[in-house]
Design a protein around this ligand. Structure first.
Ligand code: HEM
Length: 337
C-alpha cells in the first residue's frame, strides 16, 4: 500500500481531447490505457493509497495551515447526505487502505499518521482527537482538523466534494474539501450548480446541456470513474489560484521536457439516491512527461490529442505559451522511434 508506486493512466491514448462525460461504471466497465503497458483494467476502488501519500499529506497540511477556508466548506448540506457521504468515505477509505486505517462506526484510526478520532457523521462532529507515535505523525503534529469531513479528507490522497439535488430537481455543490485544486478556487464553486461549476471549461456547452441527465445518472446509476488530463510545468499538487506562484501557468515559463508533467485526475462518483446526492472524489496523478511518452507511439498519440484542442481549449488548459515547443518535441520523439 504505502510502498506501491502510483498508477500511470494515459487517457490521451484515445488520440483526442474531449470535454464530455466519459463515465466508466466502476467494477463493470474496464478502464483502457492503465499501467506501464497501457492495458484495460477493471477498477472497483474509490481510494488509492500509495507511496505518494506523505507528499499528499504534506501538501494538504500546508494548504490547511495557510487558509483552510479557501479550500473547504459546506453549503446547505443536509444531515442525511452528510451522513451518507461521510460514512461511505470512512468505511471505504478504511477498507481500501490495506489495514493502514480502521473504522468501527465510531472511531477512525490512521496507523501511518498516528491519529484517531471519534466521528459523528450525521452532524460532521469530531471528538477526542488522539495522537500516537507513527512514521508520518510529524507531518500533521501541529494540525487540528475542524470537523469530520476535514479529518477524513486529511487521511485520503483524494480530494472530496458532495453534490446535492433538491427533490424538485435543482442541483448544487454542497461541500468541498479540495486541497489539491488544479487552478480553480473551491470557493467559486461551492453552492453552485453543475452548469455554473463547468461554465469556465472551454467547450463545455454540449456537456452542460445534458447536466440534469448527468447529475441524475451520478446520483442514481453509479458508481462511476472518469478522467481529466493536461500537461503541467510543475509537479505541485496544490494549484489554488491564490496559493504561492510556481512555474505552472506562469507566462514566463517555457516548455522544457525535463520539467514537464502529465497531470491526470482520476475522479469517482458514488450516488446516495435516498439522501439526494453524490460523493465526488478527485485524485491527481502527476508523472514526468518523458517517462509517459517513452514509447514513440504514445508520443504520437499525445501530439494527436493536443492537436484536437480548439484554440479556446488550448488557452483554458494553460498551453498557449507551451504548445508549439511541446508539439515539436513530441514530433521529434515520434520520428526518432
Ligand atoms: C458527471 C459528473 C461530471 C462530469 C462529467 C464532469 C466533467 C468535467 C469536464 C469534462 C471538465 C473539463 C476537464 C478539463 O480540464 O479538460 C471538468 C472540469 C471541472 N469540473 Fe467537472 N465533471 C463532473 C462533476 C464535477 C463535480 C461534482 C465537480 C465539483 C467539484 C466538478 C468540478 C469541476 C471543476 C472545478 C472543473 C474545472 C473548472 C474550472 O477550471 O473552473 N465536476 N469537469
Amino acid at each position: 500500500m504505502l510502498t506501491s508506486p502510483p498508477k500511470l493512466y494515459r487517457p490521451f491514448l484515445s488520440g483526442r481531447y474531449t470535454v464530455s462525460a466519459g463515465l466508466y461504471r466502476l467494477g463493470v466497465q474496464a478502464v483502457p490505457w492503465v499501467g506501464p503497458d497501457a492495458s484495460s483494467v477493471l477498477e472497483g476502488h474509490t481510494f488509492a493509497l500509495d507511496r505518494e501519500s506523505p507528499r499528499f499529506v504534506a501538501s494538504k497540511a500546508a494548504a490547511h495551515r495557510r487558509a483552510l477556508h479557501e479550500y473547504a466548506g459546506e453549503a446547505g448540506l443536509t444531515p442525511e447526505l452528510r451522513e451518507a457521504a461521510l460514512s461511505f468515505v470512512a468505511r471505504t477509505l478504511a477498507r481500501e487502505s490495506g489495514g493502514v486505517m480502521t473504522w468501527d462506526g465510531r472511531t477512525f484510526t490512521n496507523h501511518a499518521l498516528g491519529w484517531s478520532a471519534d466521528l459523528g457523521l450525521r452532524w460532521g462532529r469530531l471528538k477526542d482527537l488522539r495522537r500516537f507515535n507513527a512514521p508520518l505523525a510529524p507531518l500533521i503534529a501541529d494540525l487540528t482538523p475542524v470537523n469530520a469531513l476535514d479529518f477524513l479528507g486529511l487521511n485520503a490522497q483524494e480530494d472530496l466534494a458532495i453534490i446535492a439535488r433538491h427533490p424538485d430537481g435543482g442541483d448544487w455543490l454542497a461541500a468541498v474539501h479540495v486541497l489539491s485544486p488544479q487552478h480553480w478556487d473551491p470557493r467559486d464553486k461551492l453552492g453552485r450548480d453543475f452548469v455554473a461549476v463547468h461554465e469556465p471549461v472551454a467547450g463545455s456547452g454540449p456537456m452542460n446541456a445534458t447536466a440534469a441527465r448527468l447529475v441524475d445518472a451520478v446520483i442514481s446509476r453509479g458508481p462511476f470513474v472518469r478522467f481529466a488530463w493536461g500537461v503541467a510545468m510543475s509537479d505541485r499538487l496544490d494549484h489554488h489560484p491564490v496559493a504561492p506562484l510556481d512555474p505552472d501557468r506562469n507566462p514566463d515559463t517555457h516548455f522544457d521536457p525535463e520539467r514537464a508533467f502529465l497531470r491526470v485526475e482520476r475522479q469517482t462518483l458514488t450516488g446516495f439516491p435516498e439522501a439526494h446526492g453524490a460523493l465526488f472524489t478527485i485524485r491527481p496523478y502527476i508523472s514526468p512527461l518523458p517517462e509517459v511518452v517513452a514509447d514513440p507511439a504514445h508520443a504520437r498519440l499525445l501530439a494527436a490529442a493536443l492537436r484536437t484542442m480548439t484554440p479556446g481549449q488550448v488557452a483554458y488548459k494553460g498551453l498557449v505559451p507551451l504548445l508549439p515547443d511541446l508539439l515539436a518535441w513530441l514530433d521529434g520523439l515520434d520520428s526518432d522511434g
